[in-house]
Each structure stands twice: as C-alpha cells, then as structure tokens.
Design a protein around this ligand. Sequence first.
Ligand code: NAP
Length: 247
Amino acid sequence: MKLENKRYLVTGAGSGLGKALVRRLKWVRGTKIVAVTSGIDVSKPENIECMLDFAIKRTGGLDCVIACAGFGYYESFGDKGYEHIRRIFETNVLSPIYTLERFLAKTEGNVAFVMVSSMLGKFGLAGMTLYSATKHALAGFADAYKLEKPKRLHYMTAYPITIKTNFWNKLPKDIPIPKPMQTADTAAKAILRGLRKNKKSIYTAPFSKVFTDLTLPYQLIGSLKFQKWLVGASIARPTYADDTIRH
Ligand SMILES: NC(=O)c1ccc[n+]([C@@H]2O[C@H](COP(=O)([O-])OP(=O)(O)OC[C@H]3O[C@@H](n4cnc5c(N)ncnc54)[C@H](OP(=O)(O)O)[C@@H]3O)[C@@H](O)[C@H]2O)c1
C-alpha cells in the first residue's frame, strides 16, 4: 500500500521497534499517527477498545494498525505458574489478535494490519520457550487467516531477527543474546518497505527466510548456551533448598 497520507496506530511505540516505526512514519508525507506508549496496557480488551476509538476519533479514521507491543522471558520453563503463562500470551497473542478483530469491526474500506512476530515464531530457542510459543501462535494465525481474510484487508506478519532494544534489558543481565543483531531502525525500515510492497510476510534481515530451513545447528548451540547459563544462574542465585541449608 502507499504509505503516504494514511492514518496509523502503532502499539509498543514507547521504545525500540515501535518507536523507530513511528519515527520513520513521521517522515512520510501526510501521515497521521497515534503512538501508543506504555501508559496504556494493551493486554486488556477494554483498553484495546478505547485505544482504537481514540485513534479513529483523533485522526478521522484508521488505515493501518501495527501491533508491536510485546515482551519476552528468558528462563527455564516449568515452575512459574498460570499467571506467568497468561501474562505473556495476553500481551503477545490475545492482544494483537483481538486488536485486529476490533479494528476490522470499526473500519470500512481498504485497511492494513501488521503483526510483529519474530524469527522465534519460525523456530524455537531454549530459554525462550514461552516467548517462542507466543510468536509461533502469530505465525500460525497468519498461515490460516490468509485463506479467509477479507479482500479489503492487507495483512502482513513481520519476522525480525534480534533487535538491539530494551526488550533485552528487561531480561536477566547475563543471558546469551541470540546473534546476529540489527538496529530498531533497520528493522522498522524493512517492515515499512514490506508494507509498501504489499508483502504478506517480511523478514527484516537478508537471508533470514532461507535460515528458517537450517535452524537445527543454531538451536543446538542455543541450547548449549542455555544449559551453561542455567548452571551459572543457579550458582549466582541460590535455590530455595540452598537457602534452607544456610539459615
Ligand atoms: N528485540 C528483539 O530482539 C525482537 C526480535 C523479534 C521480535 N521482537 C518483537 O518486536 C516487538 C517490539 O519489541 P522491542 O524489541 O522494540 O522491545 P521494547 O523496546 O521493549 O518495546 C516493546 C514495547 O512494548 C510495550 N509493551 C509491552 N507490553 C505491553 C502491554 N501489555 N501494554 C502496552 N505496551 C506494552 C513496552 O512498554 P514497556 O517498556 O512500558 O513495558 C515497550 O514500549 C515485540 O513484539 C517483540 O516481541 C523483538
């Protein structure tokens, strides 16, 4: 689609990729943008409703939503409980899918929706099991939805590689961050190029689509690094049993 003279809503726009997307969209002629920053929790359905209503009222309609808000965990899966699982699925999966549903209900005519998945929506990585599951859910949604989506909707899923953002600062300090890494601006540029070219999916780094067929060695190395991290983590942070012995 033509990016010019369109009205956009971008979630997760307070930092990282979302912020870079907003910055680039501002450079495009005639755009109106509602940037949703951290003041509003997009994992709540009532907030999604308010956010869309506000954007439509503010800009006189909406042509495109970019659902970018999301976060990750780096951990050993298995003992954090239901709330922990619910939290990440609500933000990374339910929120963008429900936003799409309500966006379609509130608009008419040709519109576009961008879902931000990840390369971890194409293959999994040890330590990021729940996060990978949420991003796979978006890839699965896209795979089925392309067969039934309305013609008036251009739907695109983005699969970025690791991006140097606050995403990683919110995780434990000593984790092995997957490489290679790109800047938020490079990823944003690729996403907007994909949108302009009406792509159904966009890989933000060269060769990453080919890479999705060759992930096993990368996953095995990731697994070894995770095991090493786990050993380090259990030394640095005593378990409950260790505490009991010491006290
Ligand atoms: N960084 C990477 O390596 C990478 C790679 C592939 C895909 N992605 C995806 O790219 C997207 C953007 O991530 P990023 O790297 O730009 O990380 P980021 O800098 O942490 O930005 C994510 C933004 O989403 C917001 N957010 C998270 N949960 C929210 C909620 N419930 N309600 C409202 N806002 C919420 C955050 O707000 P707060 O800061 O206030 O929490 C933050 O502004 C995410 O969907 C992420 O999964 C990232």
